[in-house]
Ligand binder design. Structure first.
Ligand SMILES: Cc1cc2nc3c(=O)[nH]c(=O)nc-3n(C[C@H](O)[C@H](O)[C@H](O)COP(=O)(O)O)c2cc1C
Length: 302
């Protein structure tokens, strides 16, 4: 245990600031064969809905310059499966568990939150920012009044720490952040993917069956960093920063912009050891520069 690495998000103490980003780490099981899950600050599991969702047609993944596109559509076996199979597996490990929840309607978001309310999870992450579902997702995440309403509604069903996952597909991210906090968010997670597209010029059609998808990876990092910086300057709740983080230097940029913790997503696909390397890299940086705690550098950039 290294005190210098500790951070607190929404009252939840993490042993280090490195979390897995939802949808890029499953429920940890596959990665657990490669890395020690006990090393992680927290695992955020892929989106969980009240009923099983089958997701979008394939192809739904494409590699792009500096990142990838996905149109998975929040495929998942539903909350009952999560409680029965994934939660007991994760609980065997010494890491915090963040459950990303999704819905097509307000009632569905509330139903998942209510079902998880008595479960042994550390935090809920309310995904109101998925670009790959026709109902719910972005429709809830881009209008401040709607954001406040959905957060308020979910808040009513759970006393668990609640972080709200924001979309970058807005003109003013600080307005959405304020709405989420006023609805009762204890923390904010940002950013989700940006809507993108790729065309196969030989077949002369979109590469993804859904035509468009969510763009993630290193290419989005400057946008994500700017938004985290703006949000940290605007609200008082802790921010989980993400978007393109692949190295410890990337993670430190987010912390210096004000993030309480960081989440690693797309990088897991090309380097399954990314999270562990980032943790070691941050630890080394603190040691080499004789920095007593993350607080000393968090938000240090004006
Ligand atoms: C394949 C894939 C699936 C994703 N699934 C989810 C999801 O279920 N819920 C969610 O809130 N975000 C989801 N995301 C978004 C990521 O959690 C993250 O916000 C985004 O990819 C930006 O971080 P990155 O550039 O490090 O990947 C997904 C991203 C990818 C690439």
């Amino acid at each position: 245990m290294d005190d210098r690495m500790e951070t607190v998000v929404a009252g939840v103490a993490l042993k280090n600031p490195v979390i897995t980003a939802s949808g890029t780490f499953g429920s940890g099981r596959e990665y657990g064969e490669l890395i020690d899950l006990n090393c992680l600050g927290a695992v955020t599991v892929k989106g969980v809905s009240c009923e099983p969702w089958k997701g979008n047609p394939i192809p739904r993944i494409a590699e792009t310059q500096s990142g990838m596109l996905n149109s998975i559509g929040l495929q998942n076996p539903g909350v009952e499966h999560f409680i029965e199979h994934d939660l007991p597996f994760l609980r065997q490990h010494d890491t915090k568990i963040i459950v990303n929840i999704c819905g097509h309607t307000l009632a569905q978001y509330c139903a998942v939150a209510e079902r998880l309310a008595d479960c042994d999870v550390d935090m809920l992450e309310l995904n109101i920012s998925c670009p790959n579902v026709e109902e719910g997702g972005l429709a809830f995440g881009t209008a401040p009044r709607m954001v406040e309403r959905v957060v308020q509604a979910v808040r009513h069903y759970t006393g668990q720490p609640l972080t709200v996952k924001l979309s970058p597909e807005v003109t003013d991210i600080t307005e959405i952040a304020r709405a989420a906090v006023s609805g009762g968010a204890d923390a904010l997670s940002l950013i989700n993917t940006l809507r993108g597209m790729k065309i196969d010029i030989h077949r002369r059609r979109a590469v993804l069956a859904s035509k468009t998808g969510g763009y993630s990876g290193p290419g989005i990092m400057p946008v994500a960093l700017r938004m985290v910086y703006e949000v940290c300057k605007t609200v008082d709740v802790p921010v989980i920063g993400m978007g393109g983080i692949a190295t410890f230097e990337d993670a430190l940029e987010f912390i210096m912009a004000g993030a309480a913790a960081v989440a690693v997503g797309t990088a897991n696909f090309h380097n399954p050891y990314a999270t562990v390397e980032i943790i070691e890299g941050i630890r080394g940086y603190l040691e080499e520069n004789d920095i007593a705690s993350l607080d000393k550098i968090r938000g240090i950039v004006d």
